[in-house]
Ligand binder design. Structure first.
Ligand code: CTP
Length: 430
């Protein structure tokens, strides 16, 4: 039997009224269809840990898809359905999503003349999950709404800050869980339990990762790199000998920890300066990890992780453009604004932050920071139309003149639109 206790007051304290109303409604609708219903997994874990989490995962005891269809229709939402897995995603008009899974009721005929026993398969559903901390469920049916249901001593593990698998084959069944264990351990400041640690070693020993699809490895690895502070997890991956799953050529060289620390600082700086400019944080850590790998290793990493073309380009192409810019900076500083602009403007923000992370040179960091905070925002007031009005026929000369005018503006010789026009006219004459 599961441990059960009401946690309605914690729900009221921590959840928004919208989410509470939504959960109640889900409970009522499922009940009217004769289905039991729970919210499960990370949502419940984070509620107990008092962390924000809006990923609502629902398990229906009955027909999840039938429920999702009815509920979506009632709420004016869309659904995507995956019949093979009995799952649906309900997508509300404002983009909010609710995942719905199915746990079918199972009936066992008891021996002798005893009545048929109905066993909730919610337990089985939860047993298939990765770690005990992810197996908590809260009942949503009107009768018992807000009852925390704990089959596998998850509350004890949360209290004792422990990541623990449910059975010894967990990592063999799904090797990506090794990465997830590390992610959760670092995110929550927990420790991977002793037996679980042994099982990780065992999985590495058995080389269960060999058959693991690159996409799945990449997905988990990227999630780790997106964590608030991924550095301890990255080091744990090295120490457990897991980085070789991605590529044996990715090494924990002497400068790596400093560079990763620097990447973290640079990202904090970026967050502070450019709050409304989202960047892909994982890219900076990923490039930093690969900074000493050559093109051949980069190609192999891209292949192993089955990277999409744009991500492949990032590590096999863009990274080397960034390196060229870095080399140029090393030999050319101090440089004019226009030269800085010319060299750095082809690089996206992530690549500039990457150069800052791997460069131990303060001058280079200052130059990039100057480009990012000032130069990249400077643009011309004049455009092609103005050149046309000067009598110039459209052609390749246009962009040349505009580039030269921008260069002059960046170097501070042009103050206003009239100066720009005069410069362009003079350039044209020459
Ligand atoms: N899960 C699993 N094995 C995996 C991936 C997921 O058992 N390889 C289970 C987990 O128990 C989890 C649920 O599926 O509760 C949903 O996984 P996910 O969407 O990754 O959510 P979270 O556990 O909340 O992770 P995160 O907080 O990083 O989103």
């Amino acid at each position: 039997y599961p441990k059960q206790k009401p946690i309605i007051s914690l729900m009221r304290e921590r959840l928004s009224q919208e989410i509470l109303d939504l959960l109640k409604k889900i409970g009522e609708v499922a009940d009217s269809m004769g289905f039991g219903v729970y919210v499960v997994g990370g949502f419940v874990r984070d509620l107990l840990l008092r962390r924000k989490n809006d990923d609502v995962d629902i398990v229906i005891e009955g027909e999840g898809i039938t429920f999702a269809k009815a509920f979506a229709e009632m709420m004016g939402a869309r659904i995507n359905t995956y019949s093979k897995f009995g799952t649906s995603v309900i997508i509300f008009p404002d983009g909010f999503k609710v995942d719905v899974a199915t746990a079918r009721m199972e009936y066992y005929t008891a021996p002798a003349a005893l009545p048929e026993v109905e066993t909730s398969s919610i337990k089985l559903d939860l047993y298939r999950r990765d770690f005990t901390i992810n197996t908590l469920a809260i009942r949503l049916s009107p009768e018992g709404f807000g009852t925390l249901t704990d089959f596998f001593n998850a509350q004890r593990d949360i209290k004792e800050k422990r990541i623990r698998i449910l059975h010894n084959l967990s990592f063999v069944e799904d090797p990506t869980r090794v990465f997830r264990a590390i992610k959760f351990e670092q995110r929550f400041g927990f420790t991977i339990g002793k037996v679980t640690r042994e099982m990780i070693k065992n999985a590495i020993h058995l080389d269960v990762f060999r058959e693991l699809g690159g996409l799945r490895v990449f997905n988990e690895f990227r999630q780790i790199l997106e964590e608030e502070n991924p550095i301890p997890a990255i080091l744990r991956i090295f120490d457990l000998g897991l980085m070789k799953i991605i590529h044996p050529g990715i090494e924990k060289h002497n400068d790596l920890i400093d560079q990763l620390d620097e990447a973290k600082k640079v990202l904090a700086w970026h967050d502070l300066m450019y709050t409304d400019e989202p960047i892909e944080r994982w890219v900076i850590y990923f490039l930093t990890l690969l900074s000493q790998c050559d093109r051949e290793i980069s190609e192999e990493v891209a292949k192993r992780l089955m990277l999409a073309p744009k991500h492949k380009k990032l590590i096999t192409g863009d990274r080397f453009h960034a390196r060229n810019a870095y080399t140029w900076l090393t030999y050319s500083l101090p440089a004019t604004n226009s030269d800085l602009h010319r060299k750095l403007s082809p690089l996206r923000a992530e690549l500039l932050l990457y150069i800052m992370a791997v460069s131990a040179n303060e001058e280079i960091k200052k130059a990039i920071s100057h480009y990012m905070s000032q130069l990249r925002h400077i643009s011309l007031s004049i455009m092609g139309r103005d050149l046309k009005e000067m009598g110039l026929k459209p052609g390749p000369l246009y962009s040349r003149i505009l580039e030269e005018t921008l260069a002059a503006k960046l170097d501070g010789t042009l103050d206003d639109r009239d100066d720009e026009l005069a410069f362009a006219a003079r350039y044209l004459q020459e």
